[in-house]
Ligand binder design. Sequence first.
Ligand code: MCA
Ligand code: AMP
Length: 504
Amino acid sequence: MPNTLYDALFAPHAGSDKTFLVLKDGRRLGYGAFLDMAGRFAHAIAAAGVKPGDRVALQAKKSAEALAVYAACVQGGFVFLPLNTAYTPAEVEYFVSDAGARLLICDGAGAAALSPVAEKAGAALRTLDADGSGTLADAAAAQPAAFPVAERGPDDLAAFLYTSGTTGRSKGAMLTHDNLLSNAEALVGEWRFTGDDVLLHALPIFHTHGLFVATNVILLCGGAMIFLPGLDVDDLIRFMPQATTMMGVPTFYTRLLSDPRLDRALVSHMRLFVSGSAPLLAETHVEFERRTGQRILERYGMTETNMNTSNPYDGERRAGTVGLPLPGVSIRICDPETGREVAAGEIGVIEVKGRNVFKGYWNMPEKTKEEFRTDGYFITGDLAQMDGDGYVTIVGRAKDLIISGGYNIYPKEVEMLLDEQPGVLESAVVGVPHPDLGEGVVAVVTAKKGASLDPEALLAGIRDRLARFKQPRHVAIVDELPRNTMGKVQKNVLRDRYRDVFAR
Ligand code: MCA
Ligand code: AMP
């Protein structure tokens, strides 16, 4: 049966004993063994009542087995819904019920808290631990490795990835087989990936960067990944000699730079370092080149669009820019109000069109409509300028968004929870420079008349409902919030006022 993504990414490797994954303990997993595991998982998922088109939510630690669940979903025609492991059960409940997931797979340790969530949503619950054990693995063990590949065309859904919204309500971005395949093809070509590549992979696999950019590129070219559980600079340095390429968010590069072991000799054999998900400071780019002789290649993307632009592999990699539109991706910079394209060099909002652009937000036709122009361009909310050579420089965001260590945080979501705390009149949440994470979260809160507020108590009040990475790292209690003449809170004033709270 034809299956767009399976046929391109997985089927060519059937039966191959070539290494796909090198794990932290040095174990190697061949492509054939990985696909056999995926086939068994596909049986176990189907046995839980999941049919093609149904959503399968996964909140589990990074492991070869967790990645095999992704492969199993593509093979079985199930829609893969990966979730950040930092999400609290309250957050997971929203995703599972909004997506109508038929199955929730979680860590064994999280099963007690998530069992009522699954039950309420009418989803089956299975577990998968970091060591590959759990009830899903148990159910898969007795199954055959072969699983019939479900028929899926280019426009069929492959995955849902939730992105937060400016209203505080997360939206499920629906990604098709062709969205993912077209982008992997563009990146393999532009970044010259081949079956000889070994990618140092320390990113999480529940986001576009670690899953679709890194993993799909390696699957498509038939290379290997050194598959590490997370960012540990000792591991990066230990495995670097075995790798040819690395992808990371800017924090990967600033942490490597703060280690004296990073030098030319360590990385002279590497052919490519890629950065994305958050702005790479030009000074990081320059400092990395000074220390290592390597010019980091910065690219720009979004969950809804996969990758849009990239600095060139062979041409000039310009620090502070995100490069040129990828092949097959059409980019224009428009006036946010009128939607008219601005002249070269002027600032506007980035709009994108191409096979990479998602199908819309799940169950939100109105929201989807708002974010597309009538001629099919998607409005990203990123402010940028494009120079005469086509290089794009991101200068800010029209959306109220904080990016901390590559994770997105929508202030509205945090503000809504703070505003519910006893004694709180109102709050404003902003991102300010953070030396390790790029931006750190600051909450500025005012009290109701007669109430007194304690920052610790406020944080304790939101702890169970908000993933740790979204929680403010600095809370300021003030008498009033600065407002403009229209009465709107001036977040730029707050960003300025608190810009040094995380300074080293
Ligand atoms: C962890 N913590 C964080 C973050 N990560 N706080 C704020 N922002 C973060 N990003 C907190 C934890 O809650 C914990 O808090 C403490 O930091 C240590 O946790 P740990 O897990 O040890 O942190 P870490 O290993 O140092 O992780 C930092 C990290 C990680 C390596 C920057 O966040 C990461 O891998 N980020 C990559 C995210 C990513 O892949 N983004 C792509 C999405 P406490 O100690 O208080 O409990 S964007 C995307 O896909 C688009 C399409 C694109 O363009 O790529
Ligand atoms: P997400 O919603 O998690 O997919 O995050 C996408 C957002 O990350 C984009 O809309 C940008 O604001 C930001 N982003 C991704 N790559 C870059 C980059 N190289 N430079 C600046 N911002 C980036």
